[in-house]
Design a protein around this ligand. Sequence first.
Ligand SMILES: Cc1cc2nc3c(=O)[nH]c(=O)nc-3n(C[C@H](O)[C@H](O)[C@H](O)COP(=O)(O)O)c2cc1C
Ligand code: SF4
Length: 442
Amino acid sequence: MLATNLEDEFLQKKLWRAIIETPTALKGFSLPSRLCIQPMNCYDSLNGIPSKITYERYRRFAQSGAGLIIVEQTLVGPTDERKPNNLRLTQKNSAAIKKLVDIVRNENSSCKLIFHVNMLMPCLNGKPYENIHLLTKGDISNIICHFIEAANVLYQSGADGIEIKLCHHALLMSFIEPLNERNDEYGGSLDNRLRIVEKIIIGIRQRISDEKFKIGIRLSMYNHIKGGMGTISSDSDVEDLTEPLLILEKCAKAGVELFNISMGNSVFTPKMITPAKLPDTFSLSNLESFDMFRYAGIAKKYLIKQGYPHVMIIGSGFSTCKEMLPDIMAANLLKGNMDLVGIGRQALIDCDIQHILSGNFIPCKGDTACAYISIDRYQIPVGCIHKKPYSTLLKMIQGGPVEEIDETYILLIKNSLKSTSQKTKKRLSDFIGRYNLYKEGI
Ligand SMILES: Cc1cc2nc3c(=O)[nH]c(=O)nc-3n(C[C@H](O)[C@H](O)[C@H](O)COP(=O)(O)O)c2cc1C
Ligand code: SF4
């Protein structure tokens, strides 16, 4: 909090309210506030179907007063044993997806809900991530169909849109990065590398002509790896935003109306995705010293200049702001760096807009412990580890005394055993063994 006396504090809070609670709209898509909840994979969907823990989280998000909720990574395509507790989108799951949409609608009928969609493949296109075979044209056609079908299932379920995952370490990102080494029409020039994404966007629009259903993209603008997104060439890791900006423009032209700006790669540069703190040079008059805000501001200004002023930009990285969260949110909106302020980790603790706007919220510590768990080191349901039940769960798994915990967590952990490394399997099996003894009163 920056105000120095009571009167200033009162005015400051009024200002936050005026800026963050101002509604905004795209064609047929009005948002009651500028607060957005970012997608966060929490691994509590049992074999792809939301558990009661998943439903409860979205109920809480809906109650927060957020204008937009972006549902966590939702997988399409063939079932993948690596992520048994990841939310999954199939025709078979559509009733459960509809239930999730209905829960949000019932809590807050004006809040919009889009799903962050990704597909896992046993192989990626872009070397040198893994020792892999190049995707065939048949594989690529299947990927395109899966995304279009996913959008259709979402539309039928009453969701407001789809966010295509072009960030972090996603399959589609490996196509658009300079390190894509294909020599067919899906590799080489940027037009070629972007072809798969454009086909998905155009295919979704052909399938769903209702313009109220929005297409969004989450893009890592730069990920600081050789040949990664936002670099000059396939053998450089130096930042050059020429291509990410062209990608935004081409996708906007194809029909994308929401861009969620991020950075980093979850395998090679995960700390970029969930930064721990703001740079020492950061101040309210130097917002752009933080790359997340700089990239969002550059993207917004570029799209306005290219004739897409209506396209919305969502900013990321706000949990890094801690107590200064409302000030920094308002400053970014006021400066025009973005249209929506997205919170990730903070939402695992408290995302109630009234708490945030009154300054009465517990700030995220930014220690990234939850993100660390989420990127598969433990294979357990994810939440803030400084809060119950996650604090209890983690302590028990690390060998601490066993306590009573909702059986759903146990079911989820048992389910994840089929996908873990030997070391993780041993730790989790030991825990399940101790838990069973506790339940039997031994
Ligand atoms: C537990 C956890 C899971 C996440 N899962 C995803 C994901 O599935 N897709 C994605 O694009 N970002 C994911 N993120 C990144 C967040 O959406 C967000 O961009 C990041 O945490 C920075 O915002 P924050 O500072 O408000 O936390 C995840 C972050 C956390 C902490
Ligand atoms: S574990 Fe809790 S405090 Fe730490 S980064 Fe995650 S949400 Fe924030």
